[in-house]
Design a protein around this ligand. Structure first.
Ligand SMILES: Cc1cc2nc3c(=O)[nH]c(=O)nc-3n(C[C@H](O)[C@H](O)[C@H](O)COP(=O)(O)O)c2cc1C
Length: 387
């Protein structure tokens, strides 16, 4: 691979003590928000709520999260045929790259992580390096990208080809990102002939402020973990056993240790983040009742119900009925349902399992985030996880 020239990598942003990433890493448990830029968020329920995919709603949420001291917001990217998953998760969605990038102009401290399918298009590494450096400057080093390769066959078909084999996708993404990183770093023109991409006397300036934008990927597979070890600052891990908290918390320590060890073996550090769906009310019983109401109004074919053929390894542990309200709530790779104390305790346990941060999603984002800030955050400060 990439025999043409030796590709160099810029230093990672956590190597700069004053980078926004280093500031976020100062928290024992980073707090992120999984923005609902797609209709239905992570839950295919019709129980009334404020949540919408619109930019104004997500911009207001991001400001709310920043005011609460959250460290990052993140948006997913999806390409779905007409109709989406179901009538709630109907495919209406803002593009993650654009929408999350646009948040740079209305925020000042919070990290902004877009998701990009780097193999669709096809993107050219020069585009990506230039756009990334531009966003890095607009955001003051707060912008990052969740690099995904596309796990649904239907998405690849939308772009005019059949889905590329799982591990091969990571090889191609590796070439792509290695070239992008080289462009972010190179102080001379770059000529490159690789397996898939080539360029002659390519150059970008200005360079990113803190070496490069923040790099993230989401995986549970060996190939994806290898990719994360080589490239990512943060890895979105999923529960290897499904969404039920008590089984997930047993399986996570070994899984997380494996991810971190893969990076350590090549002299790097990756942080692990997980995305729980939080259903929190004043008492456990009220939270359970709220969760039951969400389920009662659910569509039968949720996000997780496998309408589209996916070859994602990370979710193979999911089962239709694993003790959690899988099909109904359908969301998050983990569910935390309970009182503020139970939610805080669960986050403490995730941290003890090796998790460095969480991207939370909620059912009714604005009021549920406000309640989290009011009732759970002080408990996390008390527990020493947040400053
Ligand atoms: C928190 C999280 C966010 C994700 N966001 C996206 C996304 O926006 N778009 C996408 O196509 N896949 C997304 N994925 C799926 C991953 O790209 C990947 O397909 C999945 O984690 C399986 O990877 P693996 O087969 O290497 O285990 C996400 C996964 C997780 C856990």
């Amino acid at each position: 691979m990439h025999k043409a020239i030796a590709l160099a990598a810029p230093p990672a942003p956590d190597g700069f003590p004053d980078s926004p990433l280093s500031r976020a890493l100062g928290q024992k448990l980073m707090l992120g928000l999984f923005l609902p830029i797609q209709a239905g968020g992570w839950t295919a329920s019709r129980l009334p709520r404020t949540t919408t995919w619109t930019f104004d709603y997500n911009a207001a949420l991001t400001r709310q999260a920043e005011a609460l001291g959250f460290d990052l917001v993140f948006g997913l990217a999806q390409w779905l045929p007409k109709g989406g998953y179901n009538e709630v998760q109907n495919g209406e969605a803002l593009d993650s790259f654009m929408a999350v990038a646009a948040l740079a102009a209305i925020t000042s401290r919070i990290l902004l992580i877009s998701t990009v399918h780097v193999l669709y298009g096809p993107w050219h590494p020069l585009h990506f390096a230039k756009f990334g450096a531009t966003l890095d400057h607009i955001s003051g080093g707060r912008w990052g990208v969740n690099v995904v390769t596309g796990h649904r066959a239907v998405e690849h078909e939308m772009f005019g080809w059949s889905r590329i084999d799982h591990d091969r996708r990571y090889e191609l993404a590796d070439e792509f990102l290695s070239v992008v990183k080289h462009l972010w770093h190179a102080d001379e023109n770059v000529s490159y002939e690789g397996e898939r991409w080539r360029m002659h006397d390519a150059f970008i300036t200005p360079k990113p402020r803190y070496g490069r934008p923040i790099l993230v990927n989401a995986t549970g597979s060996e190939a994806g973990i290898g990719f994360a070890a080589r490239h990512s600052d943060m890895v979105f891990v999923s529960s290897p056993t499904g969404t039920a908290f008590e089984t997930a918390i047993q399986a996570l320590p070994a899984h997380i240790a494996q991810v971190k060890a893969a990076a350590r073996r090549i002299g790097r550090t990756v942080r692990t983040l997980i995305n729980p769906l939080v259903i929190c009310r004043a008492t456990d019983a009220e939270a359970e009742a709220y969760a039951d109401a969400i389920v009662a109004f659910s569509e039968p074919t949720g996000f997780a119900a496998g309408k589209f053929d996916s070859d994602a390894h990370a979710w193979r542990g999911r089962k239709a009925h694993d003790g959690a309200r899988e099909l109904g709530l359908g969301g998050g790779n983990l569910q935390i349902v309970g009182s503020p104390q139970r939610v805080a305790d669960s986050l403490v346990r995730l941290h003890a399992a090796g998790i460095d941060g969480v991207q939370l999603s909620f059912y009714d984002f604005q009021p549920d985030l406000a309640y989290f800030g009011e009732a759970v955050l002080p408990l996390l400060v008390e527990a020493g996880l947040r400053r």
